[in-house]
Design a protein around this ligand. Sequence first.
Ligand code: HEM
Length: 466
Amino acid sequence: MHSTDDPQATTPEGPAGPGPDPSGTAADAHDPGTPAEGDAPRAVGRRGILGAAGASLLTGGALGFVGGRAVAASAPSANPLETVHPFRGEHQQGITTPAQDYLFAAAYDLTTSDIGDLRDLMGQWSVAAEQMTRGELVGERPLANLQAAPLDTGEAWGYPASSLTITVGVGPTLFRTADGVDRYGLAARETEVLGQGIPRFANESMQDARSGGDIIVQACADDAQVAVHAIRNLTRIAMGTAALRWSQVGHGRTSSTSTQQETPRNLFGFKDGTLNLKAEDGAEELGEHLWVGSGDQGGDWLAGGSYLVFRKIRMRLESWDRLRLVEQQDIMGRDKRYGAPLSVSDPTAGSQEFTAPDYAAKTGGRPSIPADAHIRLVAPEHNDGARMLRRGYNYTEGSNALGQIDGGLFFEAFVRDPRTGFYPVLDKMSRADPMNEYIQHIATGVYAILPGVREGESRFGQSLLG
Ligand code: HEM
């Protein structure tokens, strides 16, 4: 990880670098050590606070690289607001990173036909992303030039890093338009997963404008404003090269991606994420189910990356809330209070959440976990061992004309290959799960999540774009 005292360290093209806005580079910035008139609040900024947070992490030896891979990236700080997740490594941050409380995801469509613009954008984004995830301002220093627009929009100025992670992926339309046009000379590198796209499933009513996109960015943080600030600033940098297609705010995690985290709850009120694929599952398990390997198709540019499939799932909360508790539990296959599988006859403690479901157990001659319970349908043991890393968020978007809450689950699955690790499970669920009466899938997308930006690299997707 670069020293926060080296202002040029994260510039991709050398000291001058393609800053997000050439009109306001370091040449315009005052020396942070020399206070400018009316500049006192700027000297504090996110940078000052990071100093303390970063120092505490470094003292604890929390940051380091082994074989090019960031280690202990997932070790949560006592105060998540002070946690800084390393930006560089074999894999991108924001996947096995302990799921933060807030999400702001955004998809972009490129408005340029020049791959050089795309390269520049990815370079500028990685500089800004590295700065923001360290808790710094975009451009690192406050701008002193009153005649230029500040590089950083400012709404997270003085806020700590807040566990911010920024994760970037590319969609099928980057390689080939819907009409089959090879826009950037990348069509030959498109993987089958991207080329085949997402199959249609039962119980979906997709909104095209809220689906897909050439590029996706997932910003997660333990402070909502820090996540929003990240997307806002990346969107600003993209102006003229890529336009926002859709964006999604998530106000509460519905998954744990680390055994160190308490399991959160979804809007149906159930603990969600209990049996998720987690960071502590180890390299072998994650290599089998999560990370694209060098021998996989596209491994020449995607090894160390993954695939993300998202499903925006509207939840019919008012109908669900009228179900008797026993019906809710039968649909999920778990106890609502403690999250224990229904094969635990009378759960009394949260620790029973992690008791393995016994699918053969019977109560009164019938399966304790009903034959069509959600957990039974989607369990790896009933799906050829398929495992996915779920990293979804609750969303709420006001209410509709009937006075119903417009909310649901922004479901995210990271998998090595969705054709084996995700689509068959979703297909089964969409045909057989009684939960379907209470949900509807309304948007979707599949993306190749790029490998991590390694030490010495200057941009997201360097192995693809050069
Ligand atoms: C609104 C929609 C959904 C809700 C409310 C929901 C809820 C839950 C709950 C409460 C659990 C049990 C706790 C846990 O192990 O995490 C669970 C598990 C799981 N869900 Fe969902 N889920 C939804 C959609 C989906 C979708 C779309 C998929 C993918 C096809 C999926 C895949 C899984 C998997 C793989 C597990 C873990 C099963 C295991 O490892 O044994 N869920 N879900």
